[in-house]
Design a protein around this ligand. Structure first.
Ligand code: ZN
Length: 253
């Protein structure tokens, strides 16, 4: 049996299959990787996107945030790629229970995935620092662009903050707990496009493998957990995930 067949069987036979995705799935859609060489943090100072900076100077923060938004999401070509589509297809066919993602771009949902757990929040929404109300980011970004910096909550006039996790902020607890429960209960755990070096993403595959899941890793670079994996595909996620999806369809028939 080759790796593709083994991966497909593990997913098709799983009571619960879960995928975890990282930057590699987004870069294939043209979203820049924040951490890589030539990435955003080579050109911007991460300290400017620290939550402490946001609190001291929300107006200045929003000024830079608009710039980054334009750079990252202003490009109309940013849309789901075949890796996102393969995962959404697996979910629609009943073969995938959830996608846990480190990405904040909303592309899994855009591809049609419903069960998405966002470990680092999302750029698609903003939240009020005073009343906690969440709303779509588009209108806040638009208002900030027109000079309302920082944009304020419609309900209470509190300052709005992007709902993605800034440096110095803790990860959303509910998402973390759900991700851990999914990892523990999964029988197949499919890592795609993550180098597995940043917590908690680094430890979720370990948890899954430790409780008996078949671990499948698709990443173009080696990861620290390749040794725990039953199948390792050191290749592009946009090539491998559609093949896995097809193979699952074949063995599930
Ligand atoms: Zn509010």
């Amino acid at each position: 049996m080759d790796d593709l067949e083994a991966a497909a069987l593990a997913i098709a036979d799983a009571e619960r299959a879960v995928s975890m995705t990282g930057a590699g799935v987004s870069t294939a859609s043209g979203v820049p990787d924040f951490r890589s060489e030539g990435g955003l943090w080579d050109r911007y100072d991460p300290d400017d996107f620290h939550v402490g900076r946001f609190e001291r100077d929300p107006a200045g923060f929003w000024e830079l945030w608009i710039e980054i938004q334009e750079e990252v999401f202003g490009n109309a070509d940013v849309r789901p790629n075949p890796a996102h589509e393969a995962l959404a297809g697996l979910e629609a066919a009943g073969h995938l229970d959830a996608v846990v993602t480190q990405n904040v771009d909303g592309l899994h949902q855009a591809a049609g995935s419903d069960a998405v757990i966002e470990l680092h929040g999302t750029h698609d929404r903003v939240e009020c620092r005073r009343c906690g109300r969440k709303s779509g980011a588009a209108s806040a970004v638009e208002r900030a662009r027109e000079g309302e910096r920082p944009p304020r909550c419609d309900a209470c006039s509190g300052v709005l903050k992007p709902a993605s996790v800034l440096f110095g902020e803790t990860l959303p607890e509910a998402a973390l707990i759900r991700a851990h429960v999914h990892a523990e209960k999964s029988d197949a755990f499919l890592v795609a496009g993550s180098s597995l070096t940043v917590e908690p993403a680094a430890s979720l595959p370990e948890t899954a493998a430790g409780t008996g899941a078949t671990l499948i890793v698709v990443n173009d670079e080696p990861t620290p957990h390749d040794g725990l994996a039953t199948c390792v595909f050191r290749d592009d996620v946009t090539a491998v995930l559609p093949r896995i999806r097809e193979a699952v369809d074949d063995v599930a028939d």
